[in-house]
Ligand binder design. Sequence first.
Ligand code: NAP
Length: 296
Amino acid sequence: MYDIIIIGAGPAGLTSALYALRANKNVLILEAKCYGGQIIDSSKIENYPGIELISGFEFATNLYNQVKKLGGNIIYEKVIHINEDKTVVTNKNEYKAKAIIIATGVQSRRLNVDNEQKFIGHGVSYCATCDGNFYKNKIVAVVGGGNTALEDAIYLSNIAKKIYVIHRRNIFSGDAKYIEELENKTNVDFIFNSNVVNLNGKDYLESIDIQHENKQIETINIDGLFIAIGKIPDNNMFENVVDLDEFGYIKTTDGLHTSTPGIYVAGDTKAKFLRQLTTAVSDGSLASTMAIKEMN
Ligand code: NAP
């Protein structure tokens, strides 16, 4: 029996673990993939108070090492279910705890066009910092208009020969600073008011069809497509123990508690106003402190 099981080893989950371990609690962290969560995809973090500039990977690794030094136990198994008695069922085992913190973050939103699944790893990527290097001197496109898409395009502009940024609106929603940086790049073209409607190729992606505002379809030859159109939660496996909002995020009464006593939520997977690194670590520290307080 653990004091606290934390599901997810991103910034929210690892911060929960940090606080629980420092309170001398017996903690298990369950992670399906690798530590760090989506912050690993950010090449530069410039808005974390007290740290002027750090890469997402370095930040996550520092936090991971901090937790490991305190004896943090991370088991890499995928959680598939939680029971009301606080048994956590993974693809391999069952674990029981006095309290559970769900910190599973969010997943990349799909374009939902034909062949998207088929070309993942064969020309389609959701992570420029992970896969950008495969496209040295090649032609790539980035879809999306938020900060992730803009950051991805900046990152890729130093690797690829040509970058198209394709957005369905006529204006980006990301920061002006990134837009300006991209406008000054000679190898970046913006395509506004357009949607990617088809991915073409045999074994690898070879071209995409985009539909412009006037409904005309244009085919562009590219080697890689980076899809950066936001994130969505994946909380269906917890539906029996937590209430979800209309978008699938976990509802809380006060930012911490879910609808089942002893089950808390932290980070991007909960219904909240602002999804940032700062709010994720804040959630993690609060959820852990509350779990400890209420189990005593
Ligand atoms: P986002 O801000 O939600 O932007 C998603 C973009 O994808 C929007 O331009 C949206 O267009 C577009 N989109 C959504 N669904 C689409 C679809 N089916 N087809 C085509 N386009 C679609 O997501 P994000 O860029 O991943 O950023 C998430 C959060 O993280 C934001 O708060 C962002 O500021 C933050 N972030 C911060 C940094 C940083 O500070 N360095 C870096 C990355 C992210 P519409 O506007 O038309 O919906």
